[in-house]
Design a protein around this ligand. Structure first.
Ligand code: NZQ
Ligand code: ZN
Length: 384
């Protein structure tokens, strides 16, 4: 196991009815900006619950944070927060709203041009305090310090992270997910699955607990993913899905192990160029990535085949191929296409995707830094 420090300061408030607990966790005299997306929280009653919980506090709203949140929109929220003298942010929504709110929180305390936080990876030393009410189990943003922000004008989608951008708390009420359309449930399952794979499927470092936690989370997703589609109001299923997605990317399973993240970086370029949902891009890239990198990942692929998919028969290469096929089949069972062509994206896009990776310095990705632009090209080609 590699050396590590682990500190996750986010308080999780889990279960049905817990939105009322906002009253306990937000200072009484706070001036709150509620940030949200396109309006799902209005139609499913979540916003009303939040407003009731805030009681007499001064609160304002900023809506319109889009999926794959943009710098352009978020800077309008920064301006509103300045105008209203806001001192606490409350993100109510999915990963896009929470990521966007992390950026707003950082930008409010940032000296200089906030886009540098993404483009130059400028240090974020301070951020406005914020909490979240999660409505979409997927990204883990509710319990981590990262965010991914797009710049519409530049066609960029770039990640940032900072110790200052952990939510103070996140409320996870599984009943808020009942209104999710099937496509977003499927996206959430696939995103969480790939988060686990990015931290698990590298090379062995004898990290027994991290491996077994990761395998337990993956197996849980293979169980509850299809159930969540089939039974949208099954509380136990939604509760298990929600907690699994949080644990998939709250730092715990990534302690002391090598991490990959090449699939995510190649996926971000597809979203930036073609506007696909984040999880759709991962479903396209991951099977191709595992296939192209089957040699450096051989030991872990065999472990994944045996422990997650019960594949023990045949040669090593047959078991690895079967595990990659099982992964693809699982994504397709969740109704997510796993090829660029499923989204009408032709092979002629690949050279643009590669130039964008180059422009963003993504030239030595993966746990060994050996995912060069040439390897990325093979992955995109294999995914065509
Ligand atoms: O905007 P509204 O109207 O709320 O509708 C949203 C949106 O259209 C809808 N939705 C959310 N909760 C709902 C609901 N509809 C009905 N009922 C509910 N309860 O779902 C749609 C998608 O929402 P979004 O927040 O975009 O989805 P997700 O949570 O998958 O977030 C994706 C974003 O997170 C980033 C992705 O790149 C992408 O930008 N990621 C963030 C990470 C992190 N912070 O650690 C890691 C991930 O790898 C990922 O990159
Ligand atoms: Zn992701």
């Amino acid at each position: 196991m590699q050396n590590f420090t682990f500190h996750n300061p986010t308080r999780i408030i889990f279960g049905e009815g817990q939105i009322a607990a906002l009253d306990v966790h937000i200072p009484r005299n706070a001036r709150v900006l509620i940030t949200f997306g396109g309006g799902s929280i209005k139609s499913n009653g979540v916003l009303a619950q939040v407003q009731t919980a805030l009681g007499e506090r001064a609160w304002y709203v900023f809506g319109g944070i889009e999926p794959n949140p943009t710098y352009e929109t978020l800077m309008q929220a920064v301006q509103l927060a300045h105008e209203k003298g806001i001192d606490f942010l409350l993100a109510v929504g999915g990963g896009s709203v929470i990521d966007g709110t992390k950026f707003i929180a950082a930008a409010l305390k940032f000296d200089g041009e906030p886009w540098d936080i993404l483009a130059k990876q400028a240090d974020v030393r301070d951020a406005m305090p914020f909490g979240s009410v999660l409505t979409l189990p997927a990204t883990g943003s509710e319990m981590n310090n990262g965010g991914v922000i797009s710049h519409r004008a530049k066609g960029d989608k770039l990640p940032f992270r900072s110790d200052a951008t952990y939510p103070l708390f996140s409320v996870l009420d599984p009943t808020t997910t009942y209104s999710l359309p099937p496509r977003q449930i499927a996206n959430g399952v696939v995103d969480a699955f790939v988060h686990i794979v990015e931290q698990y499927l590298t090379y062995p470092v004898d990290a027994k607990v991290q491996d077994r936690f990761a395998e337990g989370l993956l197996i849980t997703l293979t169980e509850v993913g299809p159930q969540a589609l089939a039974e949208p109001h099954n509380y136990a299923v939604r509760a298990n899905l929600m907690w699994t997605a949080t644990l998939a990317l709250n730092g715990l399973i990534g302690t002391g192990v090598p991490q990959d993240w090449a699939t995510h970086m190649l996926g971000h370029e597809i979203t930036a160029l073609h506007g696909l949902d984040h999880a759709q891009t991962l479903a396209i890239v991951l099977p191709a990535m595992l296939n192209v990198r089957r040699d450096p990942k051989r030991a872990k692929l065999l472990q994944y085949a045996e422990r997650v998919w019960n594949l023990t028969e045949g040669s090593e290469d047959e078991r690895i191929s079967a595990a990659i096929t099982a992964t693809r089949t699982f994504f397709e069972r969740m109704s997510i296409g796993t090829r660029l062509s499923d989204y009408q994206i032709g092979g002629q896009s690949i050279s643009t995707l590669i130039s964008k990776l180059e422009e963003h310095g993504m030239t030595a990705l993966g746990e060994h830094g050996d995912v060069t632009l040439e390897v990325s090209r093979q992955v995109y080609q294999f995914a065509a």
